[in-house]
Design a protein around this ligand. Structure first.
Ligand code: SAM
Length: 246
């Protein structure tokens, strides 16, 4: 590793101190290998627009781990977590590396991204990680993954109303859905409020902050599942995005 990369890594460690996360050497190596595989595979398939080491550390890894600001309990609980529309594994894989006791499902509708994730999981030696190739609308059936998770996370997939229909069906009663947003969501939240309630959720709060040592704004939107989601949701594939619940 050259001097520049070393100093990026130093900054990464410092950023994580702000989240009270201290990685072991093995975990740090897993993050570095993740970066390497991400950029290698990115040359032959579209995984990420961000490829500089420094930026990947901040905008993908630190950002994914910022979840602790909204839900500190992920540090030690053996919770089941699903990442809907995970793409190249964000935020699910960084959470799994930092908190290896979680049981993780990664879901995405693009086969090639799932192929990348399967290779990555094997290479990093991650245990209790399942990948699902499919649409979120199709795997929330009672015979599949409906209401099986303590926590559902999702970043950069859809507006809050659409996302709630895709994500809340996966969450157990009493569990949480946390959406990573990068803009002020007051308007979006207002529009989605009724949809969230129809789907069995209740807005519990939001955590707004800047990522450590940066001007990157982040908003974690926290929704509690308080009732089972009515059977008719999610609607058939495509409908939640085309015609978001109001
Ligand atoms: N969450 C990742 C991140 O933050 O880097 C990926 C974000 S990418 C912009 C959106 C991802 O969501 C894509 O990989 C896409 O295939 C997936 N996606 C969109 N709609 C989906 C759906 N209905 N079911 C499953 N995956 C979906």
């Amino acid at each position: 590793m050259n001097d520049l990369e070393q100093s990026c890594l130093e900054q990464f460690r410092k950023d994580l101190v702000q989240f009270e996360i201290k990685l072991t050497q093995q975990q740090e190596e897993q993050f570095i290998r993740y970066y390497e595989m991400l950029t290698e595979w990115n040359e032959v398939m579209n995984l990420t627009a961000i490829t500089e080491f420094e930026e990947v550390l901040k905008k993908h890894f630190v950002d994914s781990l910022s979840l602790v600001k909204a839900w500190d309990a992920i540090r030690e609980k053996r919770v089941s977590v699903i990442d809907v529309g995970t793409g190249a594994g964000f935020p699910g894989i960084p959470l799994k590396i930092a908190f290896p006791q979680i049981r993780l499902t990664l879901l995405d509708s693009l086969q090639k991204r799932i192929r990348f994730l399967n290779e990555l999981i094997a290479e990093l030696g991650l245990q209790e990680v399942e990948t699902i190739h499919g649409r979120a609308e199709d795997f929330a059936a009672p015979s599949k993954k409906r209401e099986q998770y303590d926590l559902c996370v999702s970043r950069a997939v859809a507006n809050l109303s659409t996302l709630s229909e895709l994500c809340l069906p996966y969450v157990k009663e009493g569990g949480l859905f946390i959406s990573y947003k990068s803009e002020k969501v007051a308007e979006e939240a207002k529009t989605a409020e009724h949809a969230i309630s129809v789907l069995g959720g209740k807005i519990e709060g939001q955590k707004e902050f800047f990522l450590p040592d940066s001007d990157i704004y982040r908003n974690l939107f926290v929704i509690r599942k308080i009732r089972n989601t009515p059977k008719k949701y999610p609607r058939k594939a495509g409908a939640p995005a085309k015609d978001p619940l109001k």
